[in-house]
Design a binder for this molecule. Structure first.
Ligand code: PRT
Ligand code: ZN
Length: 286
């Protein structure tokens, strides 16, 4: 069964939908049955294992799964031997220390002698020792944010995304311990056959991710402006230029990075581009 790649994904939670959407956008499909823990793809030698996210680093490190999609926070906490293959860009968050908002907090040494509640004791202990802070780590498994309010701990170390959970529990963020996002991880000892399948999968993932960073743009430009437009949006090799039905005008097609999009669009309009259409790209193979 060596020519099959087993991928561990979160069964249900914040990572699930984006993980499955990413695999689907790589052209991989499987029978949908929510209650099943394993599914075999029809069209790629891939088996999906649906697990709790906390267990994914261990499964991958043990080789029960070959690869997995999980948050960097879980990898750091589990301290398992796994290889980082690809940052996936979703489920972005940070692990931070927070204290009651009325606390007069000078610097992180204010934590000396305090008790900090967290579900991430290993990450927190490493952070404290790197920063020579002498605090007590109080491990709890959920609802960490209520710990200060009920007198369980003076501070917390938990995942923050928008910050609204901290706010509604009367807490303020005082130190960032780490940033996290979903990553593709692999067992470090994959066979050559499995490694080849992983290479195919990560090639597809990179094509999908790259496509998400770019837009396909079409516009009408006066022929005299074609060179200036080409300088602004050189595309993958060069823009495509097609004649319009009107004398002196062309239709120009190119690819633009989403981040640079508005800056470029403004300049294009200034040099006479009209009827600009911006279209999402599904996949981008270089
Ligand atoms: O059942 P299972 O063990 O699989 O899931 P889980 O409940 O342990 O994890 P889940 O689904 O909540 O989160 C999975 C992963 O998503 C985490 O390990 C992180 O990598 C990532 N992630 C991204 C988050 C958040 N954003 C997030 N906001 N995980 C948790 N939160 C929680 C946080 O614990 C806090 O309670 O949301 C609250 C804070 O959010 P804001 O927006 O109010 O700041
Ligand atoms: Zn979990």
């Amino acid at each position: 069964m060596d020519n099959l790649l087993r991928i561990a994904v979160q069964k249900s939670g914040r990572l699930s939908e984006d993980s499955l959407d990413l695999i689907k956008s790589c052209g991989i499909s499987w029978p949908k049955n929510k209650s099943r823990l394993v599914a075999r793809s029809y069209n790629f030698p891939l088996e999906l294992l649906f697990l709790r996210d906390d267990d994914i680093p261990q499964y991958v490190s043990d080789g029960v799964a070959d690869v997995g999609i999980v948050g960097e926070n879980e990898i750091a906490e589990n301290e398992q031997e796994v290889e980082m293959v690809e940052h996936l860009g979703f489920s972005k968050c940070r692990l931070s220390i927070a204290v009651p908002k009325e606390m007069d907090f000078g610097n992180i040494h204010h934590l000396d002698g305090m008790s900090i509640a967290t579900s991430y004791p290993n990450i927190l202990k490493n952070y404290l020792s790197e920063n020579t802070i002498n605090a007590d780590v109080h491990e709890i498994s959920g609802s960490v944010e209520i710990a200060p309010g009920i007198g369980l701990a003076g501070a917390i170390c938990d995942i923050v995304s928008s910050g609204s959970t901290l706010l509604s529990n009367g807490l303020k963020e005082v130190a960032k311990v780490m940033d996290s996002e979903a990553v593709l991880i692999a067992n470090p000892g994959l066979s050559a056959e499995k490694q080849a399948l992983l290479d195919q999968l990560s090639f597809r993932i990179r094509s999908v991710k790259r496509a998400g960073q770019y837009k396909y743009v079409l516009m009408n430009v006066p022929n005299a402006s074609i060179n200036s437009v080409t300088r602004l949006i050189p595309g993958m090799k060069s823009p495509t230029v097609l004649p319009l039905g009107i004398e002196g005008w062309s239709s120009l097609h190119s690819v633009v990075k989403e981040k640079e999009f508005w800056g470029v669009i403004d300049e294009l309009r200034q040099i006479g581009a009209e009827g600009i259409l911006v279209i999402p790209i599904e996949k981008m193979i270089l």
